[in-house]
Design a protein around this ligand. Structure first.
Ligand SMILES: C[S@@+](CC[C@H](N)C(=O)[O-])C[C@H]1O[C@@H](n2cnc3c(N)ncnc32)[C@H](O)[C@@H]1O
Length: 465
């Protein structure tokens, strides 16, 4: 039976592969964020937990391994992949991802569905090509299996490891070479390779408690030494129900640690200067309690709208004041100073590529220069908004030194009235076992290998009294 065009049928009728196809095309065509496009599609889909899991795996896996998948396809598509229509390229990538990375999926299911999806789409004439290419890959894989080669279809060469390590890491772990070059500079080959591998895995599912006295379902455990943090084995129906009931929300452990590291505690007046969707804002609002307050500023009105909605359902609205403005404009207009200012700055986002795999293919090295300038400007403005004796926490979800430790060094050179102060010694943040998470300068440096978190950097600075 021919599959109907994904466009012609309601999202609620799509199977997991059709949904993944739809989402991946949207991400590519509209420069959309993977998590937003996928969540929106899943929300409107009629898929059960298992099929949602498969669709999620296909979207994130295909985006993560895009360089490797394209390399393999390039070896099998005679005229190269550059001239392929987007729906054809996406169908091929998704199928090859299943063939090479998902052992439990039978080859015929991956191939047949890619052919059907292509037949039902706008480039139906390419269905034969899709069929031929995928069957050749399956054949090659089968021959290699018979010859007992451990890796059947390869997209890298081990010989390059010593000779051209940046290229080797990029090809093997599906990362851009400029990024692997930096990883080698920072960590050397051994550790860079381990981190490259870690960046290709699916991240653990962490939750943050939003209510007191809740009973944890099976498969959800508290994270030792981090108040309010939970780790879930999977996005089970019970976890989803807890989210809907406002018992907990999804937030990476690294993000939660930043909220705690910033040192929010009852009564404080807090400014979240780059609030975004408010992941950290709402954590800070919870920590300051009903007697404290958080001002959340961000120039993106849609983000502030979403933050307000989330604050309403978390019961935090009364502690929160929002303003759609750049921090620079906000600072011009206010006379207020704050006990605690958080600058969770716009950054290259290389530390969260497990969650946002499209970042690998969208960022370029030149972005880092512009971002570093903006971060320095935001820090200079933020410094004027901290009361004497108050603190400024600067955080980024990346591992480049310019955006992290060097940015802070330069800030301290420009602002003799600030000093590093490290993790908080009172309030909920003092309950964390910080030894595990901070470096020699008491700065927070997190990564997926050591901490099972995304890669984050944060520094806490005190304005001298
Ligand atoms: C890393 S994101 C913040 C994420 C957010 N804190 C969270 O935890 O969900 C950086 C934010 O900075 C905002 N931004 C960009 N330029 C800004 C500026 N000049 N002033 C204030 N915020 C800015 C962006 O809109 C973006 O939402």
């Amino acid at each position: 039976m021919a599959t109907k065009s994904a466009k012609a049928i309601a999202l609620s009728e799509l199977n997991p592969r059709q949904l993944a196809q739809e989402v991946l095309e949207t991400i590519e065509r509209e420069d959309a964020y993977s998590h937003i496009a996928l969540d929106a599609a899943l929300e409107r889909s009629g898929l059960d937990a298992r099929d949602r899991g498969l669709a999620t795996e296909l979207v994130y896996g295909t985006l993560t391994w895009q360089r490797s998948l394209d390399k393999v396809l390039g070896d099998f598509v005679r005229r190269g992949i550059d001239g392929l229509d987007l729906p054809v390229l996406v169908a091929l990538r998704v199928a090859v991802y299943q063939l090479l990375f998902l052992n439990r999926i039978p080859a015929h299911a991956a191939v047949d569905e890619a052919v059907e999806i292509t037949k039902a789409g706008p480039s139906r004439a390419a269905a034969g090509l899709v069929n031929g290419v995928l069957r050749s890959i399956v054949r090659k894989r089968g021959q290699a299996k018979q010859a007992n080669q451990s890796k059947q279809v390869r997209w890298w060469s081990d010989k390059g490891r010593e000779r051209k390590p940046a290229r080797y890491l990029g090809e093997r772990y599906s990362l851009p070479n400029w990024m692997t070059n930096r990883m080698l500079q920072y960590w050397g080959l051994e550790r860079a390779e381990k981190l490259a591998e870690a960046f290709d895995t699916r991240p653990p599912l962490y939750l943050r408690l939003l209510a007191d006295d809740v009973e944890l379902p099976e498969g959800v455990e508290p994270v030792e030494g981090v108040p309010g943090a939970l780790r879930a084995a999977s996005m089970s129906d019970a976890v989803r129900a807890g989210i809907a009931d406002g018992k907990w929300g999804v937030q990476d452990l690294g993000s939660q640690l930043i909220g705690l590291y910033a040192g929010a505690e009852p009564d404080l007046a807090v400014l979240d200067g780059c609030a975004g969707l408010g992941g950290k804002t709402l954590h800070l609002a919870r920590l300051v309690g009903p007697t404290g307050g958080v001002v959340a500023v961000d120039p993106a009105d849609t983000k502030i709208d979403m933050l307000c909605t989330a604050a309403d359902s978390a019961g935090m609205r009364e502690r929160l004041t929002t303003q759609v403005a750049s921090l620079q404009d906000f600072a011009q207009e206010t006379d207020e100073t704050f006990d605690l200012v958080l600058i969770d700055a716009p950054c290259s986002g290389l530390g969260v590529i497990r969650r946002h795999p499209e970042t690998r293919w969208r960022r370029s090295e030149s972005d880092i220069f512009a971002l570093t300038k903006l971060q320095a400007e935001l820090l200079d403005v933020a410094a004027t908004l901290v009361r004497p004796g108050g603190t400024l926490t600067y955080s980024v979800c990346t591992f480049t030194t310019e955006e992290g430790p060097k940015q802070v060094e330069r800030f301290l050179e420009r602002h003799g009235d600030f000093e590093r102060t490290g993790a908080p010694e009172s309030g909920p943040g003092a309950e964390v076992d910080w030894k595990k998470y901070v470096d020699g300068d008491a700065q927070l440096t997190l990564d997926p290998l050591e901490h099972d978190t995304d890669a984050f950097f944060a520094a806490r600075l005190r304005r001298k009294s």
